[in-house]
Design a protein around this ligand. Structure first.
Ligand SMILES: [Ca+2]
Length: 337
């Protein structure tokens, strides 16, 4: 038996060793119950939602219980979700159609041309707001809401059933705290806020169980290129083949991209929404600051100590580490049903 003093040293060393082991290694994700999540998305405008949905389906820490389409032409968005879920073999996931605001088909319409939502083999719920409320209220465990679009659905859901806030953790892509688009050194109106400031105001003021946001400061800097992008683009996974095809369709319908067809051959567009999915899984790669914000009518998120505090991922500890994580996840297996 070791001398008592030596034993103390051994105990101290063991604690130090354990403390130094990253949590992911000490507790493999597979050993934990996956986190039940709802994805609220404006898929169909910018292409990053399509990447984010696929990322959620390929993250074993997450159990996607419902995808709700939000903002604008929510029926058209539901077709895109349905096609992605079919390619993923995950038609067990129900789709909720959010509040329909217009008939704009959006720049990915050709990718679902002729797609009949009535033939989707899974459940399509016509009232996406109620589907979200019912799913949250029926869940025995707190759920995580990954919100990656302008949020009129979420404003409506909070008004219809305020109790959902206390049962949800929010991981969202909203706002601009210190940096604007493309790393510009001052904040500016961010689209998900600017598109519907009243809805964003309701979302950012709600008493969530907890809330973490990726503003442009972090999500606006994510773009895959080089070898990492080549791994995604060269994959034979039908889901990623579909993603590459949808990306090409989107590019052809975006003026700046259509003029530069080589763009999609070498890099992704900015993958804002993928960071919200990451924040539902982990916060290890970001630095955060806690502040309330005031949402202006122009769509600015201005730090305001009088507002309800929220956690903002305002800086990367390792953007390179995140882009590697993202690539590994996307090119890894889809989580089975
Ligand atoms: Ca989005």
């Amino acid at each position: 038996m070791a001398h008592p003093a030596l034993r103390a040293v051994i105990v101290l060393l063991s604690s130090a060793t354990l403390a130094a082991v990253p949590q992911a290694v000490a507790q493999p994700p597979a050993a934990r119950a996956p986190i039940p999540v709802i994805l609220d998305t404006d898929i169909g405008d910018d292409i990053d939602d399509t990447w984010a949905l696929i990322l959620a389906l390929k993250s074993p820490e997450l159990d996607v219980k419902l995808v709700v389409t939000d903002f604008g032409n929510t029926e058209q968005r539901a077709k895109l979700v349905a096609r992605v879920l079919e390619l993923a073999g995950r038609t067990d996931i129900p789709i909720g159609i959010g509040i329909k605001e217009n008939d704009d088909p959006g720049p990915q319409a050709d990718w679902v041309k002729g797609y009949d939502l009535a033939k989707y083999p899974g459940r399509v719920l016509k009232d996406g707001v109620q589907a979200l409320i019912d799913t949250v209220m029926a869940s025995p465990a707190p759920m995580t809401l990954i919100a990656i679009g302008p949020p009129p659905n979420l404003k409506a859901a909070l008004e219809r059933e305020p109790r959902i806030a206390g049962k949800l953790r929010l991981a969202g892509m909203y706002g601009s705290i210190h940096l604007g688009y493309d790393g510009k050194p001052k904040p500016e109106p961010e689209w998900n806020v600017k598109a519907n400031p009243a809805a964003a105001r309701a979302l950012l003021a709600a008493p969530w169980r907890d809330a973490i946001l990726t503003p442009l400061d972090t999500c606006g800097r994510v773009q895959l290129s080089g070898e990492r992008y080549a791994r995604v683009r060269g994959s034979s996974d039908p889901l990623l083949r579909g993603l590459v095809e949808a990306y090409g369709t989107w590019c052809r319908n975006r003026d700046w991209c259509a003029k530069d067809p080589a763009f999609v051959a070498v890099k992704s567009s900015t993958l804002f929404d993928c960071v919200a999915v990451y924040l539902a899984v982990s916060r290890d790669l970001v630095k955060t600051e806690t502040t309330g914000v005031r949402v202006t009518d122009e769509g600015m998120t201005v730090p305001d100590p009088a507002a309800r505090p929220l956690v903002w991922a305002t800086e990367w500890k390792s953007l390179d580490g995140f882009e590697e994580w993202l690539t590994a996840r996307l090119t890894g297996p889809t989580t089975p049903r």
